[in-house]
Unconditional design. Structure first.
Length: 346
């Protein structure tokens, strides 16, 4: 069997945030994903990681993330171990992170490093947790989602974009708030805006006042736009933002001022009451009509009837919803093949 050159090309590297890599490096991941997707559709075996072990640590329930990673490592010839909080609690962190206290991250990271080849984390809060685990681990640590970033969703999203627009630079990409009855994290819109600016797109972040993203993320988007020749702006008008857009990504997230560290505690009732004022922030056919033959995007699960109408999400002419979901499998396989395909990093 001929092993592609991308296997092991990033051996031992962590994958915590797309912005840790250059546009050229991310483009190589997307190209590898294209190769793996083609093999998958032809049912050509791709056992590039025989016998490799993937540890998956979850603090939140998951459909797409768990199943796409488990299927992906199996298709690459390895296998996955699922770990829940009752199996491994992590800490030795600042006091506000200490609810998860039993065994220190330094110990967990070094123990799992002796057993397997990569570890992947998804938790409700804790980019700091993932960074600490990566510090102590001798194997690659891959971020399946945290409170700030969702890098593999961003890869899947960019893969969907380049499949229909091979040269995304200059295309208008609207990352917009959309109403949902539940409180949702900021990770997806933040990573979407960042990777869009990484590829030189004209990114518009649209949201009502009070739904601002993290200041550090906004700063990264501006720096990316300067570096890669795109643009970044913020709008508080959904319809105005959609005007002439090539891609729109209407997605719910929570008003951050009701959550720590911006408030003393999580105030769900006040947050819900505030966001209920913006139920008109919904992706409809009327809004799609003002785009430039725009493509609809969402990470899933989309709240039908709240974030988006059925006539939009189910329209194969412009909905990329299911393509994005499929791409999770292939971009994740690409990164696993690239970082797990050779020697350990230490």
């Amino acid at each position: 069997m001929k092993v592609p050159s991308y296997v092991g090309s990033m051996a031992g590297k962590d994958f915590l945030n797309t912005n840790d890599f250059s546009q050229e490096e991310i483009a190589k991941v997307l190209k590898a994903a294209d190769d793996l997707r083609a093999s998958f559709r032809k049912r050509t075996p791709t056992p590039y990681l025989p016998g490799r072990t993937l540890f998956m640590l979850f603090y939140n329930r998951s459909l797409r993330t768990r199943n796409s990673f488990e299927a992906g490592i199996y298709q690459l010839g390895g296998h996955a171990h699922f770990l829940s909080p009752s199996d491994v609690y992590t800490p030795s962190l600042p006091e506000d992170m200490v609810p998860y206290q039993t065994e220190a991250i330094a110990d967990v990271g070094r123990v799992l490093s002796r057993y397997g080849d990569a570890a992947k984390w998804t938790i409700g809060r804790g980019h700091r947790v993932i960074q600490e685990f990566a510090k102590w681990s001798d194997i690659p640590v891959l971020n399946m989602e945290d409170d700030i970033y969702h890098p593999f969703q961003a890869l899947a999203d960019m893969k969907a974009i380049v499949d229909v627009a091979p040269k995304p630079k200059g295309k208008k990409f609207v990352v917009s708030y959309a109403y949902s009855g539940g409180l949702k994290p900021l990770a997806v819109p933040q990573n979407c805006a960042m990777i869009g600016t990484q590829f030189g797109m004209e990114v518009v972040l649209a949201h009502p006042k009070g739904f601002e993203l993290e200041d550090s993320v906004i700063e990264m988007c501006k720096k990316n736009a300067d570096r890669y020749g795109g643009s970044f702006e913020v709008s508080n008008d959904m319809k105005e933002a959609f005007q002439g857009a090539d891609f729109v990504y209407p997605k719910a997230w929570s008003p951050k001022n009701f959550m720590p560290p911006y408030s003393d505690k999580v105030n769900k009732d006040a947050a819900s009451e505030y966001q209920n004022k913006f139920q008109d922030w919904k992706c409809t056919q009327e809004l799609m009509d003002v785009t430039h033959k725009g493509k609809y995007m969402h990470c899933g699960p989309a709240d039908r009837g709240q974030e988006v109408t059925d006539e939009v999400i189910d329209n194969p002419r412009y909905s990329l919803y299911f393509e994005q979901a499929e791409n999770r499998l292939h971009v994740q396989k690409a990164v696993m093949a690239m970082v797990m395909g050779s020697k350990r990093r230490r």
